[in-house]
Ligand binder design. Structure first.
Ligand code: TA6
Length: 282
């Protein structure tokens, strides 16, 4: 992580590392737990590019720009350096606040961003968009969170059963039947869902809970073998130890922020105590 300027946070409840570039959480775990956030062993720490893993912030669009393919995928907020606005001890742990005033030709709107990250037994990440202008604007955004799992082939995501999704690997729209499991490349935008998701990880006998507000879509992504190789910064078997479950406003679930208004996208991550039932069903 040497190429990045970082904030280290450690309190009685949790430990985290956050980069100033992109206000990107690179690591977090509650005290005594295994890492919850996945960071590639082969991540590159270069200016202007988010590191592979952690929690990149996608803003003000998700995926490719809707009309201009030369604009960066997932917007520009993840690759700019944010200002550290404050750090204070709070009941839940430590609150670190970052700010960004975007001045990009691709985003001709008067806006301000804040990212509020609370580190403790839970990790809370809130991305706040303020409209400082006198016209409404429409944006897409995501907390593109990479979770660490013992073996993605054995993990299950609960909370998306019966939800319609866009399948970016095979094309088309489908309905999720049962829990999401991963045995090949998966890249899906689950639409119109505000549900809490659970990642069941029988190998590490734990459940990661993802609660969210201000988010109407959830993206599930694992690049699997070939795509991971093409990315070049995942490590040889990195794809087996990670899983992205992203709290988003993507595809048709974009958000319009009125003049003087704001939008808050927030996720709260926690690890549930080991579940004895998990071992039996594994
Ligand atoms: O969120 C899933 C996704 O949009 C995938 O399509 C995938 O390629 C990915 O994000 C990673 O994007 P990045 O630009 O960080 O390589």
């Amino acid at each position: 992580m040497d190429g990045f300027e970082k904030i280290e946070v450690e309190n009685e409840q949790g430990v985290a590392t956050i980069a100033l570039q992109g206000a990107q959480v690179l690591a977090w775990e509650p005290k005594g737990e295994r890492p919850v956030i996945w960071l590639s062993r082969e991540a590159r720490y270069v200016q202007g590019k988010s590191a592979r893993g952690g929690i990149p912030l996608c803003w003000p669009w998700f995926g490719p720009h809707p009309v201009e393919p030369s604009y960066p995928t997932h917007g520009f907020a993840r690759s700019l350096t944010w200002e550290l606005k404050g750090r204070e001890e709070v009941e839940a742990g430590t609150l670190v606040v970052f700010g960004l005033l975007p001045h990009e030709p691709s985003w001709p709107h008067s806006s301000e961003l804040e990212c509020r990250i609370s580190v403790g037994r839970k990790l809370e990440v809130e991305l706040v968009t303020y409209n400082r202008g006198d016209h409404p604007f429409t944006l897409g955004c995501a907390l593109h969170t990479y979770f660490s799992v013992s073996d993605v082939r054995k993990a299950k995501i609960l909370g998306l059963e019966g939800t319609r999704y866009l399948d970016k690997v095979n094309g088309g729209e489908r309905i999720q039947e049962g829990a999401v499991t991963i045995h090949s490349e998966v890249d899906r935008i689950y639409l119109d869902t505000a549900s809490t998701c659970l990642i069941e990880d029988p190998g590490w006998n734990r459940i990661i809970r993802i609660e969210k507000t201000g988010s109407r879509s959830t993206v599930v992504w694992n690049p699997w073998i070939e795509k991971a190789e093409k990315l070049g910064d995942m490590g040889k078997e990195g794809y087996l130890g990670m899983l992205c479950v992203e709290s988003c406003n993507a595809a048709q679930d974009v958000v319009t922020v009125p003049p003087s208004g704001e939008h808050r996208l927030k996720a709260v991550y926690s690890v549930l105590a080991s579940q004895p039932g998990l071992r039996r069903s594994a």
